[in-house]
Structure formats: structure tokens, C-alpha cells
Write a protein that binds this ligand. Sequence first.
Ligand code: C5P
Length: 236
Amino acid sequence: MIERPVIALDFPSKKDVEHFLEGFPVEEKLYLKVGMELFYQEGPEIVRFLKQAGHSVFLDLKLHDIPNTVESAMKGLAKLGVDMTNVHAAGGIQMMQAAKRGLEAGAQQAQTPILIAVTQLTSTSEEEMQHDQLIHASLKESVKHYAKCAETAGLNGVVCSAQEVQLIKESTNESFVCLTPGIRPAGSAVGDQKRVMTPAAAREIGSDYIVVGRPITQAENPYQAYLSIKKEWSGN
Ligand code: C5P
């Protein structure tokens, strides 16, 4: 089943989020991504607020620390009821395993949140990676390696650019998911994204989740923009 497009709530405050959500009918249950900007201002309360309204939440905090710290942090995040969260694969297999243990412990009887890893940030160029991280491989090799590490650690998938989906799908098991940002419906503003793909193209290449921010949050009518992207993504 193809999930709803995940809307990136890149807003600075709960007030802005409330204003944005006023444009949607209350019965339209959304999949919302809360990132660092919003979480560091509003804290766990923003997640509780969205969950209480019946929405699904992807908490995009990209944890990267020693395994023990990540495990405890994840336990707390699972207790908040997040549906999906993530870590940096660069933290290592042991850290990723610890993250998963933490989520399982925190979720208790409830469904364990989906855990995905960031491989190489899409803002990192191959040159930068080789120089700054002293990785003597191509960017693609590094992305594939990190995806395989995430799979070994028992994670559910990775965040990746749509251009990397095929490579990752070829190298991992069938249930391993790819979540892809950088989605733009035909004719919409690209903004600062470099390599973009339409929702339909993302579906065709095998993305499991798409993350869409500005084409919905900055639209004149966010609800209509959401419906049309959802339609294109689900293929009906
Ligand atoms: O507005 P836009 O659709 O470009 O928003 C995309 C969202 O996905 C933002 O929250 C951005 O931080 C996030 N993201 C991304 N590229 C990545 C990882 C996350 O654009 N590689």
C-alpha cells in the first residue's frame, strides 16, 4: 500500500502549524514530518498535539550519538507515539541497533515506529564527502554501503534522493523502504532543491514514501495542492 505523501512541517512555531492545518478538513488525517526547526522550538508537545488530532508523525531529528544515548533518546521518542523517526547511518551499526532497541522498549505493546537512516545527506557532494569525511569511494558506493549497514542493523529503510532509489532497491531486501524528499509536481517552483522528481516518477522508480514541503506549505490553497499531489502519488 502506498502511504499518503508526507508533508514537511517546516514552520518555526506551533502557531504557524495550527494556521496551516486550519486549511484542511479535520477528518483528513495527514502524515506530517516534524523536523529540527519546529521540534527545538516547541518540544515534545508539538508531537502530542499532532497525534491527538489523529495525524501520523515522522519525527525527523537524525540522531547521531553514542549507542547508549541514542537508545535512551529513542525510548522517549517511541513513548511520544511517533510513527517514524531516523538516525544517521554514520553513527554505525551498533548505534543503529541501539536505536531500534530503544524504540522497541519505548513502544511497549504499541506498534514499534518505523526507523530509517540518513546515508549521505543530499546536500553533500562527492568532492566534499571525500575531502571532509576522508571517504575514498564514490558517493554512490558510500550511499549503498550505508544502506546495507542500516539493513544489517535491522532498520526499515533509508532517506535518500529519488536518484538513489534504484541502487538501494537492488542492494537490499524487498521490505527495505526508501523515503524520498525533493519532490516537485510538474511546473512548480524548484526552490533550493537541485535534483527533483514528480510524485508519479517517484512512484514509478519505487519510492515508498515521498516528503513534500513547500509545494504544499507555500501553495495558495494547501489542501488542493495536497490532494493533487496525493492523487498523482497514488496513481488514481
Ligand atoms: O520544501 P521541500 O519539499 O523542498 O522540503 C523537503 C523537506 O525534506 C525539508 O524538510 C528538507 O529538510 C527535507 N529533506 C530534504 N533532503 C534530504 C533530507 C531531508 O529535502 N536529503
